[in-house]
Design a protein around this ligand. Sequence first.
Ligand SMILES: [Zn+2]
Ligand SMILES: [Zn+2]
Length: 123
Amino acid sequence: MNKYRLTQTRSQLLKLLKNTPLPVSAEDLLQKVPVNKTTIYRQLTSMVAQGLIKPVLFTDRTLRYESADRDHHHHLICTNCKKIIDISFPENIEQTAQTSASAQKFKINTHHLEFFGLCQNCQ
Ligand SMILES: [Zn+2]
Ligand SMILES: [Zn+2]
């Protein structure tokens, strides 16, 4: 693939990730961007390394990605239909975790918090 097409693919991927409110997998992206698997994976890896996107690993072991410029948030995941909903917590709750960790002389750099259950449709 020439350099021009590569740049195009890259910006196309970034745009998709920015416009999709929820984390998407490489498979999802493959259906929208007309390039091969290897290119997608290589681009995703390099964009993660550059801090443009963030990998999100759910317990179904599918690696998904979301734009890194989103505000800090967590996910509610329906175990039946796999729907993902974003939620955020008040800052003082996040701070409480940091305070508890500090008591163990531990400095938290990052965290992932996913909640599993059933969405409204699946209850
Ligand atoms: Zn559901
Ligand atoms: Zn958090």
